[in-house]
Write a protein that binds this ligand. Sequence first.
Ligand code: NAP
Ligand code: SF4
Ligand code: SF4
Length: 379
Amino acid sequence: MHYVEFGKLGFKVSRFGMGCMRLPMEEGYSDDSQVDEDEAIKMIRYAIDNGVTYIDTAYGYHGGRSEVIVGKALKKGYRDKTKIATKLPVWHAKTYEDFERLLDEQLSRLKVDYVDFYLLHALNEKQWHRVRKLGVLDFLDEAIKKGKIRYPGFSFHDELPVFKDIIDSYDWCMCQIQLNILDEHYQAGVEGLKYAGSRGIPVVIMEPLRGGRLAQNLSEEVIDIWNSYPIKRSAVEWAFRWIYNFPEVTTILSGVSTMDQLKENIEIFKNAEPNVMTDEELSLVKRVQEYYKSKMKVGCTGCDYCMPCPSNVAIPTIFSMYNDASIYDDFKSYKNRYKDLISKDNDASHCVECGNCESACPQHLPIIEKLKEAHGALI
Ligand SMILES: NC(=O)c1ccc[n+]([C@@H]2O[C@H](COP(=O)([O-])OP(=O)(O)OC[C@H]3O[C@@H](n4cnc5c(N)ncnc54)[C@H](OP(=O)(O)O)[C@@H]3O)[C@@H](O)[C@H]2O)c1
Ligand code: SF4
Ligand code: SF4
């Protein structure tokens, strides 16, 4: 495992961080909270046994189960071998008192006295201004004094100017942004990464494989581009390599839903040094970026924040089908798959345009309009 200094905090962390938002699920599960607990615990412990020192969870992951499972995995001495990051669900806080109530609930779920990294979750302009007025920065100072958290941070989903404003508004110990080969200039993007880096703030990366879309069901064109390079690497390795090449990136969070994925990804991080990519490698990535951009219909990352839809519309599944149909130029197969959604009343025709999904979407997608477009193409 490769380790890097975590900014100026005086310790190193593994460059690979275990994301606990996509843990393995029970067979035939019907909702996101039905995690295969034994397997998830095994995976978290495997990660730590193999040098991972950063575990990322949040109040809302897997309907609250993620924090509980991380807590169980960290028994038997594992707590002392890793840093834990969890996140305050800012949207649940209506008063100042709510901040501490939520943190206490999280400490009790995790069964720990303190968390290392405590992030304001998924900040955007609206939530940032709202919780700032409620006194969230005073709350963070107080939580540090009380010993309940060590290092305050935030995770981010909005435009670059908002990111810079947040970065400059507090003495943050870290921040977390989305970055992958398709999101180079999206949200905070590489410019935001460098901005935080220039201020000495460690940056943790989420969605490095764009929720798996850079790893699975690759088109022949993409496979051909990767394979055209003399040194053979998997698409997963290329995607991680492009990110760990940035010296401003500290830890890269990887969501894994199987032990095999975890093992493969940990192997890749044995050598994850920055500044290793040659000009030829960077231009190879550029070719892949250009290919994807020319094909994608909706910039959905499959994060599920828009779910559940009150009308049972399977929003991320529909967008994934629409994008895949376009990327692989195979509308026939995806029209067949869409019939399955229609038979379960989960297709886009059931959207009543309530707008709940659009206000929850960290990518700020015009979901209602895109659903109509996808429905038209897949029906
Ligand atoms: N703070 C926030 O707002 C926020 C938002 C999003 C994520 N996060 C955090 O960041 C972490 C990382 O984000 P992410 O989970 O979206 O990461 P990601 O790496 O972009 O996507 C994870 C998915 O990629 C696929 N995958 C991973 N390794 C693979 C491999 N070796 N081969 C084939 N497929 C592979 C799996 O898909 P399948 O499961 O389909 O097989 C996995 O669930 C999350 O787990 C979470 O802890 C935070
Ligand atoms: S706008 Fe449509 S898809 Fe979105 S939550 Fe409402 S009903 Fe569901
Ligand atoms: S539509 Fe938005 S909130 Fe829903 S899964 Fe896609 S990116 Fe996430």
